[in-house]
Design a protein around this ligand. Structure first.
Ligand SMILES: Nc1ncnc2c1ncn2[C@@H]1O[C@H](COP(=O)(O)OP(=O)(O)OP(=O)(O)O)[C@@H](O)[C@H]1O
Length: 663
């Protein structure tokens, strides 16, 4: 059968079906949508519906509005893509208006994706695209598969698309998650698993968004199964301290409807906020809030008040907000240490240890790869200790010339050696009296000075060069190293006795690549740099995604520099993915969903080109040089078509060296 014949038949089927009384179940959903297409939108099933893209700037607005969700959804969308990509599906996340704000699909088929509209910026609203999984899901507020000839437009009938809605904690539609493929078996049943998988992922994203939005509230998680309540968390209810409900996930809202008291004739359902947890569960608020989080009884059973059904409950308490009798005044002096990390397991252990050690009269050795924040840790230890009103004095033993380090550390008397200051100099050790002396790169300290330092630590007194009497000092030394001091000891380059003096306790910092709180660090550093610059730029979601996708080797300094660069190249208002340095962008381009969207969306002529930035020119130029101006190789590396590369070269004014005229 030729395509045009099947398309003609499709049009006839639609018209015939609409002349019959309505169908059942999902068939009814599709029929209702077909009716809307004709009656409300005035669409014609035989008329081609070319993919429509919103312009680049509009797409950015849609992405900005969906930014919170996009950040939470990223991991879920990527996991879904990994699951379905081998079967030929692409993944789209659209906003509530049907505009694709995230896309993951095979790069090799990019042209086809763009032609069909399975791409960033495409408009899948029903009013434009006709009956389709996304548009019809938005209208019907339900998950569905739009398989082959379910589509209204004859031009979409080779597609199979499955979509599920994502609602916000108040039941408003937030987004639609969709998977689509060009080839699939003829029967719609073949998509049953697809539908379950998309619904499951949409619920995961919805719940992750819920937990993030209401992270400052107590959240009651309920399930009918004791075994699954901690994993499934089927029903989520955010409550105030007095038990009144502030939000519920989709399943939670259904549970409330199920347990609503019978309504009087014509009566309205109780507004969501009028619920209290004790209206739902046969329990007092205090009992629910007392469910322990970290013991064997963290799952507790309750009857529901109305139907006497058993539900198992766990509680997620807001972080750092102690409640009731266990309330203790928060120790604000710990703030400098707490600010170093968010939710990284090894940092959490390190910080707990640091908090215990901060006022102990022992020296501390901080270990970790270069740029992992050892000096930050030393400062935070000092600032959170009782010594914080006294000086924090830092010296980098590797950076000061060997000839100066002795006088820098120990100071000297007037005229004690050639080049000494005429009035003498107080050394750094004496300057740190009462406070903290930070010895960075201690492994680089010359052996002879190690002996003198050992004496200072043992005697708590320092003898300046040329002085006859030592000066008493009260010191806490924090030393840092990225080297293995035991190896240096074995090689005879570090004194073992000094090692034990310095290593009263040790703290090890994990490399950036292993940290689970990268997004926290990114936000922290970005905010700091913003403050330094006196600016108020914001970091857009696509830049954050690229930074998170980049395989950071180990160094926070590198991240710091990347953000500094991005702020310098950005327009001052926001930092977008194109403002990031080349290395981060490479991690980004290897990742199909995180590409800067707008210029590629313009390939079909629907989106205007993005204003070129110097960085974009620089990136392309460097890629061209790397590949000796082989356009195919550059196109492959950047995941773009050859014509796109030529178009960009023209737009950015890049001329190959072997041509004297413009390309
Ligand atoms: N927790 C943090 N939050 C924000 N910025 C941080 C954090 N930790 C480190 N940085 C930044 O990362 C960079 C490196 O930090 P720091 O100098 O403390 O590392 P280091 O391990 O002492 O480095 P080196 O090994 O080179 O001496 C600095 O720019 C610092 O501001």
């Amino acid at each position: 059968m030729t395509a045009s014949l099947s398309q003609r038949q499709h049009v006839e089927t639609i018209l015939e079906t609409l002349n019959r009384p309505g169908g059942q179940g999902e068939a009814a959903i599709i029929e209702r949508s077909w009716r809307r297409c004709i009656d409300r939108y005035g669409l014609d099933p035989a008329r081609p519906t070319p993919a429509r893209y919103v312009p680049g700037a509009t797409l950015r607005e849609h992405q900005d509005q969906a930014d919170d969700l996009l950040q939470v959804a990223r991991a879920g969308v990527e996991q879904l893509y990994r699951q379905v990509a081998p079967l030929g599906y692409v993944v789209l996340l659209t906003d509530a208006r049907g505009i694709a704000v995230q896309f993951l699909g095979a790069k090799a088929d990019q042209r086809e994706h763009q032609r069909t509209g399975l791409f960033l910026g495409a408009d899948w609203s029903e009013a434009h695209a006709g009956t389709c999984a996304v548009g019809t899901c938005i209208q019907e507020r339900t998950a569905l598969t739009c398989h082959h000839s379910d589509h209204f437009s004859a031009h979409h009938i080779r597609l199979t698309c499955t979509a599920a809605p994502i609602f916000d904690p108040h039941g408003r539609l937030l987004a639609v998650l969709d998977i689509s493929a060009y080839q699939s078996p003829a029967t719609k049943d073949s998509q049953t698993f697809a539908l379950q998988l998309v619904k499951y992922t949409a619920k995961m994203i919805e719940d992750a968004y819920f937990l993030q939005r209401y992270g400052d509230h107590a959240i009651v998680c309920l399930d009918r199964s004791r075994e699954f309540v901690q994993i499934n968390r089927r029903y989520l209810l955010a409550i105030e301290e007095n038990g009144s409900l502030v939000a519920a996930n989709t399943a939670g809202r259904k549970l409330l409807r199920h347990h609503e008291l019978p309504l009087p004739e014509g009566g309205e359902a109780r507004p969501f906020k009028a619920w209290n947890i004790q209206d739902l569960l046969d329990a007092q608020v205090d009992q629910v809030l007392a469910i322990p989080q970290h013991s064997d009884d963290r799952v507790q059973a309750f009857h529901t008040r109305r139907h006497r059904e058993i539900h198992f409950a766990t509680l997620i308490e807001p972080p750092r907000r102690p409640r009731g009798a266990t309330t203790q005044a928060r120790d604000t002096s710990l703030a400098p240490l707490e600010a170093l990390a968010d939710d990284d397991p090894s940092m959490r252990d390190t910080l707990t240890r640091a908090a215990r050690l901060r006022n102990e009269p022992i020296n501390i050795l901080v270990m970790g790869e270069t740029g992992t924040g050892k000096e930050r840790m030393a400062r935070a230890l000092h600032e959170s200790s009782r010594r914080h009103d006294h000086p924090f004095v830092a010296i980098n033993c590797a950076a000061v010339p060997e000839s100066l380090i002795e006088s820098e550390l120990f100071g000297h008397e007037a005229g004690s050696f050639t080049g000494a200051r005429s009035q003498g100099m107080k050394g750094l050790i004496a300057q740190a009296d009462g406070g903290t002396l930070f010895l960075d790169e201690i492994g680089d300290m010359p052996l002879q000075l190690q002996t003198r330092l050992l004496r200072v630590l043992a005697e708590q007194e320092v003898l300046p060069i040329g002085a006859s009497r030592p000066i008493k000092v009260d010191l806490r030394v924090v030393a840092a190293t990225h080297r293995d001091l035991r190896e240096l000891i074995a090689a005879g380059r570090f004194r073992e006795d000094l090692y034990y003096r310095l290593n009263g306790a040790s703290l090890r910092l994990p490399p950036l690549r292993d940290r689970a709180d990268k997004s926290y660090l990114i936000r922290q550093i970005f905010a700091e740099l913003n403050r330094e610059r006196g600016g108020r730029a914001r970091l857009r979601g696509d830049a954050m995604s690229a930074l998170l996708a980049y395989p950071w080797p180990g160094n926070i300094r590198e991240l710091h520099n990347a953000l500094r660069y991005a702020l310098a190249t950005g327009d001052g208002e926001e930092v977008v993915v194109g403002d990031l340095p080349e290395e981060c962008l490479h991690g980004q381009l290897a990742h199909p969903g995180a590409r800067r969207p707008t210029d590629e969306a313009g390939e079909g002529g629907a989106s205007p080109p993005v204003t070129p930035r110097p960085l974009e020119q620089d990136l392309l130029y460097r890629a061209l040089c790397r590949h000796q101006w082989n356009i195919s190789a550059v196109a492959r590396e950047l995941g773009l078509s050859r014509p796109t590369i030529y178009r960009r070269m023209r737009r950015l004014g890049i001329v190959p060296p072997h041509l004297s005229t413009t390309v």
